[in-house]
Write a protein that binds this ligand. Structure first.
Ligand SMILES: C[S@@+](CC[C@H](N)C(=O)[O-])C[C@H]1O[C@@H](n2cnc3c(N)ncnc32)[C@H](O)[C@@H]1O
Length: 248
């Protein structure tokens, strides 16, 4: 099976549980994220926003609640069904497209903002993807990328991840082997599998010709997550999250 098919298969299966136990107080988390997104887009105007690798719609639904026109793309049809379901429950509208982040079926310069969160690590050709996102953003529009350095290979962190997997297994009945059975065979083909740093993204954005690149190290979010993530997630990793913005 090719890399993308393995990734698609994993996320189809993972869609059943993804995002369910991320925060102990989801309302507070949503409020915090809305503030982060509002600062990043820096306008009160109604925008056309594309969320690439939309997952179950966490960011896209916040943008929709904020009054924007939102489109979401995902390689997994099951993830898109989850987003549709979540949007319907909340009475929100999001256009959904089943497509690959590296090859978007979207007109040039159509969107004001292209955003993605926690996607870069699972993209086989990051340079191609960023060029593609840049193609679909209007001149003066922004690409926003949220990611982090996911895996610290120090011995204590490996031990913590092991305990975390056991806790997830016991509390959520989610088998940690699902991830390894899919990603172990392809991780060497994913440049940022272990995570990415702001410098990595500055490099990618510069090569795609983006300007006015800025970074936010999401300190407030990190403090919030330290208190509000369930124990199983809190002990697993300290991902050093960042939010990068590049302008076309
Ligand atoms: C870690 S989840 C993040 C979901 C969402 N962005 C969030 O922050 O909650 C990664 C998502 O990217 C999707 N994905 C992975 N590779 C993709 C690709 N090449 N094109 C489009 N979506 C992809 C997966 O199906 C999954 O929904």
């Amino acid at each position: 099976m090719d890399v993308k098919s393995i990734i698609r298969l994993y996320w189809d299966k993972r869609s059943q549980t993804y995002g369910k136990n991320t925060y102990r107080s989801p309302d507070e988390a949503q409020h915090l994220w809305k503030g982060i997104l509002k600062n990043a887009i820096c306008t009160d105007e109604r925008l056309r926003i594309l969320d690439v690798g939309i997952g179950t719609g966490f960011l896209a639904l916040l943008f929709s609640e904020m009054g924007h026109n939102v489109t979401g793309i995902d390689i997994s049809k099951c993830m898109l069904s989850k987003t549709r379901c979540n949007a319907d429950k909340m009475g929100l509208n999001v256009d959904l497209i089943h497509a690959d982040a590296e090859n978007l079926p979207v007109k040039d310069e159509y969107f004001d903002i292209v955003i993605n969160r926690h996607l870069l690590w699972t993209i086989p050709n990051p340079g191609t993807a960023v060029n593609e996102w840049s193609r679909t953003v209007r001149t003066g529009g922004k690409i926003i990328l949220i990611d982090g350095k996911w895996h610290d290979y120090a011995i204590d962190m490996r031990l913590r991840r092991f305990i975390s997997k056991m806790l997830v297994f016991m509390t959520e009945k989610r088998d940690p082997r699902l991830f390894t059975s899919h990603y172990d065979s392809i991780k060497d083909r994913l440049q940022f599998f272990y995570g990415s740093t702001p410098d990595n993204v500055i490099d990618l954005f510069s090569k795609a010709g983006l300007k006015n690149i800025s970074m936010n190290n999401l300190e407030e979010l990190e403090k919030f997550e330290t208190k509000n993530r369930p124990l199983a997630y809190r002990i697993a990793n300290k991902p050093s999250l960042y939010l990068a913005i590049g302008e076309k």
